[in-house]
Design a protein around this ligand. Structure first.
Ligand SMILES: *[C@@H]1O[C@H](CO)[C@@H](O)[C@H](O)[C@H]1NC(C)=O
Ligand SMILES: *[C@@H]1O[C@H](CO)[C@@H](O)[C@H](O)[C@H]1NC(C)=O
Ligand SMILES: *[C@@H]1O[C@H](CO)[C@@H](O)[C@H](O)[C@H]1NC(C)=O
Length: 485
């Protein structure tokens, strides 16, 4: 009788060990919604399913987005924005309420498969000058209690997506260490993550290293090998991603957690808005990254152990993002705002090239352009105003519409504004300088967009309202008839 049990024990022992040592990384995506041309969430969820994308990272817990993810089987990371950290850190009630409203209510049969809650987004970023630093741990402690009270602590893990600036860019990866003022917080944070079986989540951007430093070797940002490898004792690094990853591993080792699992919260390459941002570079980087990670090669400090997951940044372009860091901020998408793949990419999920979104509810094929019969000398303020609301980043150097000439520039600005205003006819006036056209003014790679209707999202709501309206009408008619008898 002991033999089958022993066999079973051996089997499970072996099985678990394999699971722990050889977990394959999975490729997921970030889904941000800072866009004025938002695809209906159900279209985005269909797009992910069509592409077999099984993991998504969100930056908040938008009820419309989560509603659309119900029953999709997609694993979800929801996020607590930095601005909510203070409330959650200082009040158990606020923490309970957040978990109740944004997590528990979806954790039902046929609901949303929430696996992670991101506590803040890059809260230790140097630019924040420590504003959120002391809030992260207290917020995590409260949230962990709230999850436990909701019986979800065993299933949902808390994580903190960190910018790579949390550790210092050492000359060689083995010298990596957390920023001195973060050492204590990081030690407590990592100990907390470790005791809950959560990974350390880091965002790694070789593009930014290249963008910010003129002497950064171009080929070191990619995965094709480098003529400038970084030699670190016995170890040689041929790409910035591995170098950065191992800098983190070294920093974790220094605080006693060299074995801590690491997930990549954001990684990607933009397609325009900077000299090194273009379609072929984005494709080369992302494809190289995916092949590298899925090869399970790992890094010199973690041979054979790839990151637990990687979330590509980003699924869609977001044209309302702040461009203080650069115009490229609005162009990180694998897809343009309307779910059309910008370049062929194989996500390694057994599904071939990226497939486009379907059933996109475009506005009518109409554009606003500069009226050719008008004198355009007084147009500057209109263009400035249009571009302060709508996105004109593609007009600048390194953008797909940089070469369309002065008149093209004006038309592009007018159209962006007109589409932002959902093609409201008044929004193409510009003191008589604008005119609506039915001929697509796009030139070459420069695409004049057509916006997305946001009325389709309301069909369900409208359906219910209409049904209610009809029902009450019938009741009234019925009562009238009844009365008159
Ligand atoms: C949490 O849920 C509430 C209620 O549904 C919602 O209004 C709020 O936007 C959510 N919070 C976040 C951070 O997404
Ligand atoms: C695209 O960017 C890469 C990386 O910086 C650069 O080497 C290449 O020349 C660029 N290609 C074009 C067509 O601009
Ligand atoms: C179009 O606008 C962009 C951005 O302001 C500028 O760089 C470019 O020179 C303009 N083109 C012409 C012909 O004015």
């Amino acid at each position: 009788m002991a033999a089958p049990n022993l066999a079973k024990a051996l089997f499970w022992g072996f099985f678990l060990e394999r699971c722990i040592l050889f977990v394959d990384s999975a490729v997921g995506v970030n889904w941000g919604t800072l866009s004025s041309h938002k695809l209906p969430p159900s279209v985005v969820v269909d797009l992910m399913r069509e592409n077999k994308i099984g993991k998504v990272k969100l930056f908040d817990a938008d009820p419309e987005v989560l509603w659309a993810l119900r029953g999709s089987g997609i694993e979800v990371m929801v996020g607590i924005p930095n601005d909510l950290l203070a409330a959650v850190a200082s009040s158990v009630a606020a923490s309970d309420q957040w978990v109740g409203q944004n997590v528990s209510r979806y954790m039902v049969k046929g609901g949303v498969d929430i696996r992670y809650v991101a506590v803040g987004n890059e809260p230790f970023l140097t630019n924040y000058q420590g504003r959120y630093q002391s809030l992260v741990l207290p917020a995590m402690l409260n949230l962990q209690q709230s999850l436990a009270r909701a019986n979800l602590a065993g299933y949902i893990k808390l994580v903190v997506p960190c910018n790579a600036d949390a550790y210092q860019s050492a000359s060689v990866p083995s010298q990596g260490a957390f920023r001195p003022e973060l050492t204590q917080i990081m030690t407590q944070l990592v100990s907390f993550l470790n005791s809950n079986g959560s990974p350390f989540v880091v965002n790694i951007y070789p593009f930014l290293s290249l963008y910010q430093s003129a002497d950064f070797p171009q080929d070191y940002a990619f995965f094709e090998g480098s003529s400038h490898p970084v030699v670190d004792g016995q170890n040689v690094y041929y790409n910035a991603f591995d170098g950065n990853f191992d800098t983190l591993v070294a920093a974790l080792s220094k605080i006693g957690y060299g074995q801590m699992p690491v997930a990549i919260g954001e990684v990607g390459w933009p397609t325009e808005g900077a000299p090194s941002a273009n379609l072929s570079a984005a494709r080369a980087f992302n494809q190289g990254l995916i092949s590298h990670v899925l090869s399970n090669k790992g890094t010199p400090l973690r041979p054979g152990i790839p990151p637990v997951d990687i979330y590509l940044f980003s699924l869609l372009d977001e044209e309302q993002k702040n461009i203080l860091p650069g115009n490229f901020e609005r162009h990180w998408g694998l897809y343009s705002f309307d779910g059309q793949a910008k370049y062929p990419l194989n996500l390694g999920l057994g599904n071939g090239w990226l497939k486009n979104a379907r059933n996109v509810p475009y506005l009518p094929s109409r554009w606003c352009i500069a009226n050719p019969s008008q004198d355009l000398t007084s147009v500057t303020n209109h263009v400035k105003l249009a571009c302060s609301f709508a996105d004109c980043t593609t007009l600048y150097y390194g953008g797909s519409c940089n070469m369309i000439g002065e008149k093209g520039n004006i038309s592009y600005a007018f159209n962006s504004y007109y589409q932002l205003q959902k093609q409201d006819s008044k929004s193409c006036d510009f003191d008589g300088l604008g005119i609506v056209t039915f001929l697509d003014p796009s030139v070459g790679d420069c695409r004049f967009l057509v916006g997305i209707s946001d009325s389709s999202g309301c069909c369900l709501g409208c359906g219910i309202l209409c049904a209610l309206w009809f029902m009450s009408l019938w009741v009234i008619i019925y009562l009238r008839v009844f009365d008159s008898l």
